[in-house]
Ligand binder design. Structure first.
Ligand SMILES: *[C@@H]1O[C@H](CO)[C@@H](O)[C@H](O)[C@H]1NC(C)=O
Ligand SMILES: *[C@@H]1O[C@H](CO)[C@@H](O)[C@H](O)[C@H]1NC(C)=O
Ligand SMILES: *[C@@H]1O[C@H](CO)[C@@H](O)[C@H](O)[C@H]1NC(C)=O
Ligand SMILES: *[C@@H]1O[C@H](CO)[C@@H](O)[C@H](O)[C@H]1NC(C)=O
Ligand SMILES: *[C@@H]1O[C@H](CO)[C@@H](O)[C@H](O)[C@H]1NC(C)=O
Ligand SMILES: *[C@@H]1O[C@H](CO)[C@@H](O)[C@H](O)[C@H]1NC(C)=O
Length: 490
């Protein structure tokens, strides 16, 4: 059509724009290449960057800031690293569900480890985190690959210490070295200590040993903060002292890393799995007694306790049980299909038919019927210590400030002394693969939410892809325009 102008001059114009643009796009890449390419860093600095992940169970997001004057180790770490305002746990904010989100980058509805307690109706199988045999069954763990398997698959050597389920093979693969939580427990009992502080020191010691050997990824687990949080509450002097002990161990580790000249070869990420909220005496926490609403004879299983409880009714009693619970005081009752989308929970096939989620300041107690209740008994230590078997601090709640935890990171890949906006637990897996320079499996993380924490704004791969796409697009346009030119010349 005549109104469209001369096709030949349009294509000539496009060619000029194309060449100019690909030149301009190319320029920043060429400039950025030496600092952004981790391959280059590796060549210049010799050994590749190692990744050390330290998980501090139950380290609430504000534990550092509220006593930072007493925590020189963390302060030193953060002065040269990145501190996310907080790390938002996945739902529910309980250890096993969160650990698996940390290691896979997907929500519990995708990885299928829904809580510390689960029941698989099809296989009549119980998952109880206090029962080593039950959690080691491979069947629970086969939905999504954890980071240590992704690393192993790509030839990275992994060392895991006290890390839950690292002893469970995935797709026939196992990490180079794994001491599972229960193996360590047995060993510490054999060696005559079961003291948490000693176990924490072990974790930091092993982290340093791993850095000196040829491991690429080292993951260690530290339990004491969670234990003290449960036993004495998140605001107790006992908890604050436990934080100082961890700080001390961290100081020693940083010094050792420095002395060994490894500082520029290690990216260290310190995370927690959830926070803790005070429910002890004086907190005003109210108790939900399930027996006020339902009868043990009406249900098949009751899964869990505290903040989140699953109910497996009989087919005939489902409606009645639901109606009795719905509108109960201090908790929300959902049929499986009613569970809010943003919990990212309901799509797993292990979700019980009815889910109860306690509101803040409420706590759901067991129904008290042994064999129907998972877990079927309270640990003896709890019975001795706590009236009603209620600890002073708990977690598991949805969307509560006290459930937030930490993300601290430092090393050559990270910016220095930076406060970062909050990130989510599903974001961690892609951070780990980025640091290991290996591809990520599909996950629920958001790259834009984390990309600013790295010393290079974008991973090399993305930059080069952009450049390749630009080049291909404009080369194609160039070739097309040449063809059109020849048509018009004829
Ligand atoms: C790094 O080098 C390896 C081997 O030389 C190569 O396969 C890989 O693609 C490179 N990665 C990047 C991000 O350039
Ligand atoms: C632990 O779990 C295993 C496997 O599910 C089960 O056979 C065993 O009875 C459980 N042990 C206890 C003490 O409940
Ligand atoms: C730990 O010890 C218990 C009891 O002796 C045993 O049943 C279990 O298999 C041991 N676990 C590991 C991982 O060694
Ligand atoms: C539970 O069952 C008992 C005996 O069958 C009955 O007396 C009681 O009212 C029931 N409670 C509820 C809440 O349905
Ligand atoms: C979390 O709670 C806050 C306030 O209580 C609310 O504004 C927000 O929408 C909630 N977020 C989700 C994901 O439920
Ligand atoms: C989470 O990631 C999985 C795996 O890629 C995907 O199947 C699922 O749809 C994602 N969920 C959301 C809410 O994006």
């Amino acid at each position: 059509m005549e109104t469209c102008g001369n096709p030949r001059s349009i294509f000539q114009f496009l060619v000029v724009v194309g060449i100019t643009l690909s030149f301009l796009c190319n320029l920043p890449t060429t400039h950025a290449e030496p600092s952004t390419s981790r391959n280059d860093t590796k060549k210049e600095n010799g050994p590749p960057q190692k990744l050390l992940i330290i998980m501090l169970d139950g380290f609430r997001w504000d534990y550092y800031d509220r006593q930072k004057e007493e925590l020189p180790g963390f302060s030193e770490f953060l002065s040269k690293g990145v501190q996310a305002q907080w790390l938002e746990p996945s739902f529910p904010s309980n250890s096993y569900a969160c650990w698996t989100t940390i290691s896979t980058g997907v929500y519990p509805e995708v990885h299928g480890i829904l809580d510390n307690f689960m029941f698989d109706q099809q296989f009549q199988a119980v998952f109880d985190f206090k029962n080593e045999t039950s959690v080691s069954i491979e069947h629970w763990w086969q939905n999504v690959e954890p980071i240590w398997i992704t690393a192993t698959r790509h030839g990275r050597k992994a060392l895991l210490h006290r890390w839950s389920s690292c002893d469970v093979p995935f797709d026939g693969l196992e990490p180079e070295t794994c001491m599972s939580y229960y193996q360590h427990l047995n060993q510490s009992i054999e060696e005559g200590y079961s003291d948490t502080e000693e176990a924490d020191l072990d974790a930091f010691r092993i982290a340093f040993q791993g850095l000196q050997l040829d491991y690429d990824i080292i993951m260690v687990y530290v339990e004491s903060i969670d234990k003290f949080g449960h036993a004495y509450g998140p605001d107790s002097p006992e908890l604050m002292e436990a934080v100082r002990h961890v700080d001390n161990a961290l100081s020693l580790l940083l010094q050792e890393i420095k002395n060994a000249g490894l500082e520029n070869n290690v990216n260290t990420v310190i995370i927690g799995d959830h926070g803790s909220t005070f429910v002890g005496q004086g907190s005003g926490t109210k108790i939900v007694q399930l027996s006020d609403y339902i009868n043990a004879s009406q249900v098949y299983k009751i899964v869990g306790k505290g903040a989140v409880v699953g109910i497996v009714p009989y087919a005939q009693t489902k409606k009645k049980v639901y109606q009795s619970l719905k509108g109960g005081v201090g908790f929300d009752t959902y049929l499986r299909e009613e569970i809010p989308e943003n919990f990212h929970y309901k799509k797993s096939k292990l979700v019980p038919e009815i889910l109860l989620v306690a509101q803040p300041n409420y706590l759901i107690l067991r129904l008290g019927d042994g064999e129907k209740q998972i877990p079927d008994d309270e640990p003896p230590a709890m019975k001795q210590r706590f009236k009603h078997f209620i600890p002073d601090g708990i977690h598991g709640y949805s969307n509560m400030t006290d459930m937030r935890t930490i993300f601290f990171a430092k090393g050559p890949a990270f910016k220095e002394g930076v406060a970062h906006p909050p990130i989510e637990m599903v974001d961690l897996y892609q951070i780990f693969t980025h640091l290991l320079d290996i591809p990520s499996n599909p996950n629920n993380g958001s790259w834009p939410r984390v990309s600013n924490m790295f010393s290079s704004a974008l991973p090399t791969k993305t930059v080069s892809n952009l450049w390749i796409i630009t080049t291909i697009t404009f080369s194609t346009l160039f070739i097309i325009s040449l063809n059109f030119n020849s048509i018009f010349i004829q």
